[in-house]
Design a protein around this ligand. Structure first.
Ligand SMILES: N[C@@H](CCC(=O)N[C@@H](CS)C(=O)NCC(=O)O)C(=O)O
Ligand code: FES
Length: 252
């Protein structure tokens, strides 16, 4: 089964109810988020390699009601469902995590398909080098010898990966501390769509960003590649200007 691009809520309801025992993979994305561009290719490959799984692709901006139903506040976002039960939720552009979840909950593909899929999946994974969350590869030492310049370059890319980028501990659905929870709530309240990076997955980014932004703590919020501040500063900025986010997004 290839991937179905959802056009309406009705179509979504019909498809998700048609065969409850089938594994359904929801892929939330937006046209503007750079990490989604990479994941689009990965998802296409995975849909071909896992014909028994129903892949539904959902534009989170266009289909806000479905996104709200699943409390999707950042993209890319994945949800695996079977028998109307959420088996797994994943956020961020880490193809490896998604592939592992599919292997865990999906039906095993035939040997032939397995060979094909692992080849193309690793190609798709390689393509993800410059996007957020991929750098969790540093956990396995992939960035061990990263020079100061290379880190600086990577931070520049990360801070501009989406118009609004939040550097946080954990993910928007599972913020790992109260400061993060508050800032995520503020962003939701103002209906700001944002990309995020989990700094707990990459210590080089965690430490490097403190120097890069000249700011010692997290959360850190970037708009159009410009550092805006941590939680307290964002609260102050909003008190001074209720349209702070709109204005920051307009400024180039
Ligand atoms: N008042 C700060 C609170 C942020 C804060 O104190 N964060 C700490 C604890 S989450 C931090 O990031 N420490 C540095 C680290 O964990 O690397 C703000 O406005 O953002
Ligand atoms: S992780 Fe402890 S206060 Fe944020």
């Amino acid at each position: 089964m290839s991937i179905v691009e959802i056009e309406s809520e009705d179509q979504f309801t019909k498809l998700t109810k048609s065969d409850p025992t089938k594994l359904i993979a929801l892929y939330f994305h937006t046209p503007w988020a750079a990490p989604c561009q990479t994941m689009n290719a990965v998802i296409k490959t995975l849909a071909q390699a896992n014909p028994t799984t129903l892949f539904l692709s959902i534009d989170a901006d266009k289909l806000g009601d479905i996104s709200e139903l699943f409390e999707v506040s950042a993209v890319p976002y994945f949800i695996l469902i079977r028998n109307s039960t959420i088996l797994k939720e994943l956020s961020g552009a880490d193809p490896k995590e998604f592939i592992a979840a599919l292997n865990q909950f999906g039906d095993k593909p035939s040997t032939n398909q397995e060979t094909n899929s692992s080849a193309s999946i690793s190609a798709a994974t390689d393509a993800a080098t410059s996007v957020p969350q991929e750098s969790s590869a540093s956990q396995n030492g992939a960035h061990e010898e990263e020079s100061a310049d290379a880190l600086d370059e990577r931070l520049k890319k990360l801070t501009t990966a989406a118009p609004v980028m939040l550097f946080m501990k954990g993910s928007p659905l599972a913020p790992q501390c109260g400061f993060l929870r508050q800032l995520v709530a503020i962003l939701r309240e103002h209906q700001v769509r944002f990309g995020f990076f989990d700094i707990l997955k990459d210590d080089s980014v965690r430490q490097g960003l403190k120097t890069f932004s000249d700011w010692p703590t997290f959360p850190q919020l970037y708009v159009n590649g410009e550092f805006q501040g941590g939680l307290d500063i964002i609260k102050e900025s909003l008190a001074d200007d209720p349209e702070f986010f709109e204005n920051a997004l307009k400024a180039q």
